[in-house]
Design a protein around this ligand. Structure first.
Ligand code: 5AD
Ligand code: SF4
Length: 450
């Protein structure tokens, strides 16, 4: 009987990518994935610690999984990801049922770790951040049936924004070689993947000193030329180094989707300075104007925080003002929370929780109006949609536009993974609904069509 593993993932796309890496490694070693942790021989919890909320979620999951492991002999319970990196052996003290803790740069030790636990016993903690990130193992068949996949091009961060834990848990920036990236992309495409999202904590810092394609724009161009790839995306860019050359790619590269995720974090210059973001609100607005000059319909999404230490009501009004000015397609908004060891942890005065909640509510109310208005403007238009699978509620098919909006539409004789034209009938806050107009014949541009 084959051995079984269960893996649960929280946090960003990079964590999902890491979970895929681990799953492929285990599949190659004869394991198969299960959806019920009580059936698994190996249980893995992939954690995030970017804000207080995901951290609390990780702890509560660790408690539940420890209880589930109980006294079952032979079951191995491990924690991976950013909380694992940050807490190391402390996690084992707090959750004695845990067998191992692997940080993001120690994931390739998974097989050795399980082997050691099964043969020698004890506990394993590996959190060396100077190691190279794991290189993807091509596992034929693993991505069959998947339309979209992530591909890590660089890892880590050198920016040290004052609020952010990422440099402490993901280490310094390190880029993968273009050859390794192109090979992995071709492997994904050969398994039927149509859309690749390139990942990096700060993709624009991608640098490969040893070859022709030495920066992110060169890499994007090379990937754009791959046969069989319908769509290319990337995330995340830091506004301070979003170059003109990268902005131009949105006009030039036919597979690059018309969407950018560009976190602005705050609309007040004094807060931005305290955050050590190295740009002003004016710089940010100018960037979004430039993007729209190159591609008027580009969707712009962003991250923002409320309640950074010292944020006054007037600062918050500047955030609201920036949101009104830029008109984001969607906004991920968070209450600032102290992260241990960051510069902002020591900054005063802290904003009280009630004010944070009120600001968050005001911001989300404003953004909902903007998103709904922008979505409604698409009613009656024909959009290009990549068919991804059945809709969440069933009875329809679902896919996304190049601008990353979810579209549900009538079931047709249409293959998953194909590009179709859908006429939008109704727009909602989180999705659009429409009717199929036909399949796109050529594998070419990924743009709005009417
Ligand atoms: N508190 C609240 N939000 C944070 N983020 C990062 N660090 C913190 C923090 N300490 C948010 C930022 C980032 C997103 C991934 O999480 O908006 O872009
Ligand atoms: Fe969370 Fe940041 Fe780690 Fe991603 S890199 S899992 S967002 S802490």
């Amino acid at each position: 009987m084959s051995k079984k593993f269960f893996i649960t993932t929280m946090g960003c796309q990079m964590n999902e990518y890491d979970s895929d890496f681990l799953a492929q490694t285990l599949v190659r070693s004869g394991y198969r994935p299960v959806e019920d942790p009580s059936l698994a021989d190996v249980i893995l919890i992939n954690t995030c610690t970017v804000r207080a909320k995901p951290e609390q979620k990780a702890y509560s999951l660790l408690g539940r999984m420890s209880a589930m492991k109980g006294g079952k002999p032979g079951v191995v319970l491990g924690v991976i990801g950013c909380l694992a990196q940050q807490q190391g052996s402390e996690l084992i003290k707090r959750f004695p049922k845990l067998d191992f803790v692997l940080g993001p740069r120690a994931l390739s030790k998974i097989n050795d770790t399980i082997h050691r636990l099964k043969t020698v016993g004890g506990k394993v903690v590996a959190t060396d951040l100077t190691a190279e990130p794991p290189q993807s193992v091509a596992c034929q068949g693993y991505f069959h049936g998947r339309i979209s996949a992530y591909l890590s091009v660089m890892e880590g961060c050198n920016n040290f924004c004052s609020y952010c834990i990422v440099p402490f848990v993901r280490g310094r920036e390190i880029s993968r070689s273009p050859d390794a990236i192109l090979l992995e992309a071709k492997n994904l495409i050969s398994q039927g993947v149509k859309e690749i999202t390139l990942l990096g904590q700060n993709v624009n810092s991608y640098r490969w000193k040893h070859g022709k394609r030495d920066n992110f724009v060169d890499l994007l161009r090379a990937l754009n030329d791959l046969d069989g790839l319908l769509r290319l995306r990337f995330t995340t860019s830091h506004p301070k180094d979003l170059s003109d050359a990268l902005i131009r790619c949105f006009g030039d590269l036919d597979r690059l989707c018309p969407h950018i995720h560009l976190p602005f974090q705050a609309g007040s210059n004094s807060v931005l300075q305290g955050m050590r973001r190295n740009y002003t609100r004016e710089d940010f607005i100018e960037l979004t104007d430039k993007l729209r000059r190159v591609l008027p319909d580009i969707a712009i999404t962003s991250d923002v925080m409320v309640g950074f230490p010292g944020e006054l009501e007037n600062d918050f009004q500047m955030t609201l003002d920036l949101v009104k000015r830029v008109q984001f397609d969607a906004l991920f908004s968070f209450k600032y929370s102290d992260r241990r060891g960051t510069f902002a942890e020591k900054m005063l005065p802290k904003v009280n929780e009630v004010d944070k909640s009120l600001r968050l509510l005001a911001l989300q109310t404003l953004q909902r109006q903007i998103t709904l208005r922008k979505n409604r403007a698409l009613e009656g238009r024909v959009l290009e949609v990549l068919v991804e699978g059945p809709s969440r509620r069933g009875g329809q098919l679902s896919g996304r536009t190049g601008s990353n909006k979810i579209v549900n539409f009538n079931i047709d004789n249409i293959m998953l993974g194909s590009l179709v034209h859908v006429k939008i009938k109704r727009a909602f806050l989180n999705s659009l609904r429409g009717n199929i107009r036909g399949e796109k014949s050529a594998v070419k541009a990924d743009r709005e069509v009417a």
